[in-house]
Design a protein around this ligand. Sequence first.
Ligand code: BEZ
Length: 263
Amino acid sequence: MKQNNKWNAQLYDDKMDFVADYGKDIVSLLDPEAGENIIDLGCGTGDLTSNIAQSGANVVGLDASLDMLEEASRKYPQLTFQQADARNFNFSPLQDAVFSNAALHWIKTPEPVISSVYQNLKPGGRFVAELGGKGNVHSLIQGLIEVLENEYQVNTRDAHQRIPWYFPSIGEYTALLESTGFRVTFAQHFDRPTVLPDEENGLNHWLASFSGDFFPEFSNEDRENIYEKVKKKVRHPLFNGKEWVADYKRLRIVALKESHTFT
Ligand code: BEZ
């Protein structure tokens, strides 16, 4: 559970391990090679850092959450993990690649993140990332907001301000990358309906892991009631009779820091 910027790394690993499973596709897009220096930005509990390391690359996992880093180091003691703010990190040497999966949508100011990534790449280096794209988890957000407004008298503006995520369109994100100096060589925005493990309980795990920012003033007991109300609201369209299927939309990009600037 993410509460006051704290994550429950065990719950994340136990019930949200599909995040790293899906992330293996983007490791293929990264195509790491032995000897390359690579940062895994927002590494969580380190599963994809480990996956990248299998190529023989020198990979370092960075994350803001000490809970996540502790769990990553426990699972992969041979790998290096460090605490860092994606909006402001400095690494030496400059990197061959910065990789990120399902992390950057937690930061609502993309400009300093993109700029830090750019600063840490060597000329010719690549940024390979996947994050939630525009429209991601739209039904879930609507359900959460409606419950806050209708059942807990939170006003519309306040309810929307609680959304902790940044889900850009392909045009918006690639424009930011280009204005920083990147050349975008690949961009894709696609639907990826995502089955939440554990059948009927799947959405409870998702809400407990990710929706804490919507309910800072509520006790754990109140939150359980809220989850039931959200489930009622989104059962149609997200429950298929057996399991919950979240309405994920992904944005994937590959962007190069050019060795030369073009006019
Ligand atoms: C995502 O990976 O798209 C996501 C994860 C948690 C909350 C919202 C979106």
